[in-house]
Write a protein that binds this ligand. Structure first.
Ligand SMILES: [Zn+2]
Ligand SMILES: [Zn+2]
Length: 139
């Protein structure tokens, strides 16, 4: 059998209706050819470049873009983590503050009670003192 009717990629017979014909007039199984072309970019027989290589500038800007995206997503993750930490921190502080507020409130109530008791005590002392003076006792 003539070699041109075999697929040089898999070396099996090639039907005219299940193959691809390259611009350089070489014929392969379409499955074989597409597997090959995504890796090699050139015709397996004559090495003609069938898919253009991205040029240096294009590759550099692709690389730059890739790097930018990586950087931005790492930045985003860092920020996201910071925000989460901050959220937790704020929540903790809020709870602490509520706790302190209720402590202050109960202290205030205690103080009011103490002051009331002290006022009562002082009033009764003054009453006693006045009574003693009225009765002619000096102290
Ligand atoms: Zn093949
Ligand atoms: Zn070719």
């Amino acid at each position: 059998m003539d070699n041109s009717y075999n697929c040089v990629i898999c070396l099996k017979d090639l039907d005219m209706d299940n193959g691809v014909l390259t611009p350089c007039n070489h014929r392969y199984h379409s499955e074989c050819f597409f597997k090959w072309i995504f890796k090699k970019r050139t015709c397996p027989l004559c090495r003609k470049e069938l898919i253009a290589q991205p040029d240096i500038e294009e590759r550099a800007s692709l690389y730059e873009l890739r790097r930018q995206i990586d950087w931005e997503s790492s930045l985003y993750n860092t920020l996201r983590n910071n925000v989460d930490t901050l959220d937790n921190h704020i929540l903790t502080k809020k709870k602490e503050l509520e706790n302190l507020n209720s402590q202050v409130h109960s202290r205030q109530n205690q103080l009011v009670t103490i002051i009331e008791r002290y006022k009562g005590f002082m009033q009764s002392m003054q009453r006693n003192h006045r009574n003693r003076r009225r009765r002619g006792l000096l102290f």
